[in-house]
Design a protein around this ligand. Structure first.
Ligand SMILES: NC(=O)c1ccc[n+]([C@@H]2O[C@H](COP(=O)([O-])OP(=O)(O)OC[C@H]3O[C@@H](n4cnc5c(N)ncnc54)[C@H](OP(=O)(O)O)[C@@H]3O)[C@@H](O)[C@H]2O)c1
Length: 354
């Protein structure tokens, strides 16, 4: 197995919903295999389910080349994720994952989170059954303590443990990493680029795309962003950000027009050809439609602007915060209206039934 793996979550879950492109993601998967990054990591809850389907489709012809890993143990509740470590759920979830992945076994089946309502021995016992049945070669845990690893080990060997580990998330280095190294358990570092933050794409919270999970992550929120950007400066001293591409206003207008005129199934190809994100087009279109053509002039090519005073910067921050709160309020009002309509409808139906 290659030392670098490919986590597929962001291809269909959590990140940049407007920028997803299954064909491009499948091409990334194939490229990863070509480069020897054969650990392919997914989970039933990513999507939910669509990520495993995507991986299953993409690997259809190259299944044997992948060290395929998935995770079970979460269910999508009405409003949020819920843990479910009951043995009957685990058994059914693994079978469903294998169907979506178009395979009869995975190399690594992981418990996404320990369910505090179910003794770990029971959950892990059900996971171990799948190894005996040939549906998984090995078992892994995710976001666990050393104590929980001991409990699982008493039932069946723990081959791997996932933990968030990057330059800005160091918790695992204290106890977990030395322990797993001693025990010969693989530690799979997730979000190694700090969910994209360390890659330097984001200069402000507004750069996080709409509907993106990171908008709710405290590290990406207005109040913490500036402090985190300062930390990033340290990273940039050892890993400078690649020179950003700049685009002329004419280019932006041309691409938006081409993208909008293209049939739905060809839009992705334009983005890939130009190496752009959906969010680029969205931003440029919004500037064009608002007649804010000055926004189309790339910040990095435009003449240096006078530095804002601290008071101006604070005003700007507050203005953006008010804008965001207003948007949230409008969304909540719309949701309340919908609920009102639905309950009126229910009343009508129940009156009719009487
Ligand atoms: N066990 C768990 O509970 C758990 C939790 C989270 C994640 N995971 C696993 O870990 C995997 C990785 O997590 P993550 O997606 O948060 O990882 P990450 O590598 O920290 O962040 C991914 C983001 O980094 C950016 N990026 C990646 N490679 C880049 C490059 N070469 N240059 C510039 N930017 C780059 C991309 O941003 P853009 O899309 O903006 O380009 C991408 O969306 C997941 O896919 C999942 O399999 C597991």
């Amino acid at each position: 197995m290659g030392i670098v793996g490919l986590g597929c979550m962001g291809m269909s879950y959590a990140y940049d919903p407007g920028g997803r492109d299954d064909d491009a993601s499948a091409a990334v998967l194939h490229r990863a295999l070509d480069l020897g990054a054969d650990l392919i990591d997914t989970a039933d809850v990513y999507g939910p389910h669509t990520n495993e389907e995507l991986v299953g489709r993409a690997l259809a012809d190259r299944r044997e080349e992948a060290f395929l890993a998935t995770k079970v143990g979460f269910v999508t509740g009405e409003t949020r994720l819920r843990r479910d470590g009951r043995p009957e759920h685990i058994r059914a979830a693994i079978d469903a994952s294998l169907r979506r992945l178009r395979t009869d076994h995975v190399a690594l089946c992981q418990l996404h989170r320990v369910d505090p309502e179910v003794p770990l021995e029971e959950t892990w016992g059900a996971m171990a059954e799948t190894v005996k049945a040939g549906k998984a070669r090995m078992l892994g845990l995710s976001d666990v303590t050393v104590q929980q690893i001991h409990v699982a080990q008493s039932v069946h060997p723990v081959a791997a443990v996932q933990a968030e580990l990057s330059l800005w998330t160091r918790g695992a280095t204290a106890e977990l990493l030395p322990f797993t190294a001693r025990e010969g358990i693989a530690l799979i570092a997730y979000s190694p680029l700090g969910r994209g933050f360390l890659a330097g794409r984001f200069d402000s919270p507004d750069d996080v795309p709409d509907g993106d999970y990171r908008r709710h992550n405290p590290r990406f929120r207005e109040e913490n962003f500036a402090a985190n950007l300062r930390l990033l400066e340290g990273v940039r001293t050892v890993a400078p950000r690649p020179k950003r591409r700049t685009f002329s206003p004419e280019y932006k207008l041309r691409i938006v027009a081409e993208y909008d005129a293209a049939p739905k199934n060809e839009k992705g190809a334009i983005l890939r050809r130009e190496r752009l994100y959906h969010s680029h087009v969205k931003e440029w279109r919004a500037a064009r439609d608002a007649g804010a053509l000055e926004k189309l002039v790339d910040k990095r090519t435009s003449p240096a602007r006078p530095k804002k005073s601290a008071a101006e910067a604070e005003n700007e921050r507050l203005r953006r915060q008010v804008e965001r709160l207003e948007k949230e309020l409008a969304r909540n009002k719309a949701a309340l209206e919908e609920m009102g309509k639905a309950s009126a409808l229910l009343e009508m139906i129940s009156e009719g039934a009487d």
